[in-house]
Design a protein around this ligand. Structure first.
Ligand SMILES: Nc1ncnc2c1ncn2[C@@H]1O[C@H](COP(=O)(O)OP(=O)(O)OP(=O)(O)O)[C@@H](O)[C@H]1O
Length: 398
């Protein structure tokens, strides 16, 4: 029985319940060693209430993996305890409510709020992916909307047993492994839910999803707006075939671009098989392939069966740049800070770069200026030679 005053791991004194999760109450607690306020959360056991030793070991290992992640948009895990009544996580205390609760109370988010929220979630999930950490249960119940306006992903690695099927990737529903690509799908489903108020493929994640990307019809006559760009991106993220989904860092770049009123860069063509070279062995020996960092959207064929959103082969004209604060209509009671400008720290993406279609017209380069100067000099040299020739001929005639 968990009660006020209980000491967990000889270190964390429970003070009062602050929320209820699937594993029981989340407690406010005091870390007696460093005098810090923390949140203590019992990890939910598999349905039925008991876990095998293997399941417990896996849960502890995943929680320890999650503790390696430090990101302002991810709830920090400080400690993992195995107590007589199960596994406890000691986490950063974030006065908040879940996104699921918020949406239940306030309904849908605007497209602008959804991309701002999504960019922050994708930033945290991208940092996790770079560390080889898969979330496994991205869904609105595992997103905390902090009272101070921040957004944080929680329950890294530990929510898989209870992941709502409405947000699960099809390959995971089919029994496959949860990968970063599955997190991309789940993030897409979470943002879709925030935008439309319904899940893209029904409560079991198996409906055809006929309305997916319904407002994503490309309109080449006018600049694409936030809702259109977001819906196109969600169509990509919700692709049935995992390789057709953008990487998490690509999602981060694209969401940031859309949030800032810019056109996301087109996704490059899939890598072609390379002939073996001397460096092939060393490349193959690299333990973790780096994440694709180029923002996605467009230039790839539509996903196989789930999404129906047509994906244009030509990038749409750029959206007019507009300050986010001026366009964002925040839902009541929660406001989000802007994503850090440029996002160019952690994994090298500089989304403030100018490689989008709006900036393709380049001024004359020094090389082209040099070529023009050489041409002028040549013409002058030819004219001078002709003049010398004429003068010389006249001199001979005289
Ligand atoms: N680190 C935290 N700091 C403060 N409050 C938290 C923290 N984590 C969760 N809460 C609060 O506890 C409540 C339940 O959150 P939780 O994430 O446990 O929900 P859940 O996903 O439904 O449960 P579970 O993950 O066990 O399935 C929410 O009101 C949330 O704001």
């Amino acid at each position: 029985m968990t009660t006020e005053g209980r000491l967990l791991g000889d270190r964390y004194r429970l003070s009062q319940p602050i929320g209820r999760g699937r594993g029981g109450f989340i407690w406010l607690a005091q870390d007696q060693h460093v005098h810090r306020t923390v949140a203590a959360k019992p990890v939910a056991l598999p349905k039925g209430g008991t876990a095998t030793d293997t399941q417990l070991e896996v849960a502890v290992q995943r929680a320890r993996d999650a503790a390696r992640l430090k990101h302002q948009c991810a709830v920090t895990v400080y400690d993992v305890l195995v107590e007589s009544d199960g596994i406890w996580l000691i986490m950063e205390y974030v006065p908040s409510r879940t996104m699921a609760d918020f949406l239940a109370g306030h309904g849908k988010l605007s497209a602008q709020d959804t991309v701002v929220l999504g960019a922050q979630l994708a930033a945290a999930l991208s940092a996790a992916a770079e560390l080889g950490i898969t979330h496994r249960a991205v869904e609105p119940a595992n997103v905390l909307l902090a009272d101070d306006g921040g957004v944080q992903v929680t329950d890294f690695g530990i929510g898989a047993l209870h992941h709502d099927p409405a947000f699960r990737a099809p390959e995971v529903i089919a029994g496959g492994a949860a990968t970063s690509a599955a997190d991309v799908f789940s993030l897409g489903a979470t943002l879709y839910f925030a935008l439309h108020g319904v899940t893209p493929f029904g409560p079991l994640g198996t409906d055809p999803g006929s309305d997916l990307g319904g407002n994503a019809q490309p309109d080449t006559a006018t600049p694409a707006d936030t809702a259109t760009l977001l819906s196109r991106l969600l169509g990509d993220m919700l692709a049935t075939n995992p390789p057709q989904r953008p990487s998490m860092s690509g999602c981060w770049g694209a969401l940031t671009a859309i949030a800032e009123g810019r056109q996301p860069s087109p996704r490059p063509a899939p890598p072609q098989p390379q002939p073996p070279s001397n460096g092939a062995e060393s490349a193959a020996a690299t333990p973790a392939a780096p994440q694709q960092v180029t923002p996605p959207v467009a230039a790839t064929p539509p996903a196989q069966s789930h999404p129906t959103a047509p994906i244009p082969t030509q990038p749409a004209p750029p959206a007019p740049a507009q300050p986010m604060a001026a366009t964002s209509q925040h839902a009541p009671g929660w406001h989000q800070p802007m994503p850090p400008a440029g996002f160019n720290g952690m994994n090298g993406i500089n989304t403030a770069s100018t490689d989008h279609p709006g900036n393709v017209a380049q001024p004359a380069t020094p090389l082209s200026q040099n070529r023009a100067a050489i041409r002028v000099l040549l013409v002058i040299a030819v004219l001078a030679a002709a003049m010398v020739g004429i003068l010389f001929t006249e001199f001979l005639l005289v």
